[in-house]
Structure formats: structure tokens, C-alpha cells
Design a protein around this ligand. Sequence first.
Ligand SMILES: Cc1ncc(COP(=O)(O)O)c(C=O)c1O
Length: 470
Amino acid sequence: MVDSWVNSAERIGSDLHLELTGPGGRRAALTRALREAVRSGRLAPGTRLPPYRSLAADLGVARNTVADAYAELVAEGWLTARQGSGTRVGERAEPLRPAARVPKKAPPRARGPRHNLAQGTPDASAFPRTAWLAAYRRALQQAPSEVFGPGDPAGRVELREALTEYLARARGVRTEPGRIVICSGFAHALRLLFGGGVLRGPLGVEAYGLGFHREILATAGVRTVPLPLDGHGAEVDRLGRERAVLLTPAHQFPTGGPLHAARRAAVIDWARARGGLVLEDDYDGEFRYDRKPVGAVQGLDPEHVIHMGSVSKSLSPAVRLGWMVLPERYVDAVLAVKGEREAWASVLDQLALADFVASGAYDRHVRRMRQRYRGRRDRLVAALAEHAPHIEATGIAAGLHAVLRLPPGTEASTVKAAVWRGVALDGLAAFRHPETDMAAADGIVVGYATPSEHAYGPALQALCGVLPPP
Ligand SMILES: Cc1ncc(COP(=O)(O)O)c(C=O)c1O
């Protein structure tokens, strides 16, 4: 063993256990072995390494091999070299620490609920795999080579064109491809608009909504002002000094009513009079079962509404694609926040979605799912009529969830009973804005789209078993 180069406190030599194996020759193997010794903590920060000559002799390699390996690791920051004090392990070369605590056994509920009626996701078993694959294949075959370079931050023009046509036809949105910016979903749109400084608060919001979205806004420093809800939707006549208002006009989330025609007109009047902006979250606008869907508010005044949508409910939240339909004056500001090239929404997925929409596959899928979800909602209503006639599914026949109003004081115990019986669902309280003065009502939010077809019957049965008695 060669140990003349090191005092006993710094002894490393052969106890370094440097094994020169793997591809790329001896220099690459030595570099790898030393890097691994530092990374794993076997060589602590500050440890002095042997001179080239000693380690070379120790390992039976040429001096230059050691010198080159040291130089590479110095360049990478793992080692430092200073005249007179030799080569040492860098002070910042933090070893890999083991995970703080590795649970020995998965906790009993880690396998997930037996009956998943949590709102939020479409029936994952119904994802149109074949049609999506076909769209992807066509898109890739036809794509020019430039597609595989950096992407346009506005999104692929093929997708913006397809959406312009689709949104006009299905949602009454009036726009053109130059006013659409593609993003990776509604949550991303919120982050771009508020986190990126395009818009500022205070922002009017509905008294009930997704806490996750409120958190995004709070993180961006936006104060949200809750608007109470009544039978006509959000009380937009309460808007005052807010700069913008975020609404779910087609189907209030989660309580389930549409924004009344008079309120739709009133919120546009407010925006025009105050220079305000309406942010329209059209998260499930295609899913209406009792009539043709009411068109988007954006159609009333494209210069005062930002219309936002995504495929999270219609197709799958795994696709992570969404869009903002912007008034002309916001387009440049949003593009500036997105940066010089697309950094979020996969360009290839955008092309696949463009083909999926333009070929009519999206319409066919939405039609199929509309039928399926309508059937699910009807079965929920029928099950309540039979097993719990004192409990009503409220809101319009639309979307992927329903709110069941419960007798006063029974929400918390019902949610608890559901957890106990393996039924995933949420209480209304989970969606309530913490500062609203609106009277609370007891209820649960039931996501009837989530289970696969064969699992839905048993899930309904389990649900009826946890509902409070009359
Ligand atoms: C109220 C509401 N808005 C928007 C969305 C869509 O969110 P994202 O596009 O970020 O998945 C959802 C969930 O799908 C939602 O529940």
C-alpha cells in the first residue's frame, strides 16, 4: 500500500476500494470510481487525495491517467486543486443522504379506496387509446422536420386552427388562431396569467371552488374576494374594485348551477364599465345532458373575457394540454411570459391533439362519454330515489359530478363514514372559500365519472350505505 502521501487521519489509499471497471478505458473508470466515492460520502468534503504518482502506483495506471481524472473532477466541482495543498474533495460535494425514513410496510389505505367517487377525473378506462394512437401516428408521419426543433410558445398552429373551429362550433367561442395560446391545462394558465404578472388581484372568485386553484393564486400573491352563490350562480353585482373575476359559468364548480343569463350579461357590463376582465373556466362545458350546452360567456364579448379550457375532463388529465383564448391586448403579454420557445406543452402531443380534433375523433369521444356519464347520473338519481329518497342530487344534469345535499349537521359524519367504508368522496366544506360569509350547507360531492363501468354499480351501493338516515 502506498501511504507516504497522507497522514493517518487522511488515509485513503487502497481502502478507497476504487474498482476500475466499466466502459471507456481506465481514465473514465477512475473518474467514475472517484466521483462515486465522493457522491456516496466515502470520501468526505475536505479529504486530501493522494498525489498522482502515488495513486497511479497504487492502482497500476499511468500518472497521466490519474492527472486527467483529477482534472475532470476539479472541472465538475467534485474536487478542488490548490497550489501547495494538493487535491481535495470539494467542500460542496454533498454526499447522497439516505431517505429520512423508509416505511417498512405500506399503510393500510395506500392501496386507495375501494370505491372511487372522488370528483375530478373522467373514466380512465374509457381513454380512446386506439383513436389517440392513430392520431399520433398520422401526426408524426406528416410532421415536417422542424416540428422536432424548439416549439412556438403560442402552440402549434395546427392545434390553434383546430381549436378555433371546434370551440366556435361546440362552445360559441369567437376567436382566431392568433389569439389562442396553448398551455398545459387550466392550472398552468392561472400560473402564467398571475404568476407571470400578466394580471393582478384583487380577483373575484366564486365562494365555492377548488382549493388547489386558490393556492396557486395565493402563491402568486393574488388576493381573492369570494362572491356568494345563489340560485342564479355567483352574485356578480357585488363586484366592485376587483380587476378581474374567475367564474365557472357553464356549470358552477362544484355546486352545479349555471350562471343565469341576466348574470352573464351583468358581468360583461361590469367588465366594460370598469375595464375589468372575466376569466371563464370552461372545464366541462361539453357535458350537458338535459339540453344543448349553453355557449361560452366569451361569445358575448371576446375583448373582455379570457376563455380557458383543457382536455382534463373530456379526454384525460394525463394529456396535460389546455388553451387560453385571449382578448387581443393580452396576447403579447402572455407570450412574453411563455418565453422564446415552448417549455411546457409537448409539441408532439399538440400535433396529435390537433389531428384528433380535426379528424372528428374528439367529437366522437365526447359524444360517447356524454352518453356514458348521462347514464351514470341517471343511475345515481335512481339509486337515491330507491334507497335515500330524502337526499337529492342538486344542480343541472351536467358534468362529471353531482352534489348531494344532506340534512344539516351530517356532512362531517357522512364523509367519515365514507372513509371508513372505503368510499372516496369529498364534503362541500372542502371547497368553501375560507373568507366567505355565505351560509354553509351540508353536502357531498360525488364524482360519478371516475369508476370504470363494472365498478360503478358496487360504488353506488356503497355510497347509499353511508348516507345519513332521514
Ligand atoms: C374547476 C376545474 N377547473 C379546471 C379544471 C382543469 O384543470 P387542468 O386543466 O389544470 O387539469 C378542473 C379539473 O379537471 C376543474 O375541476
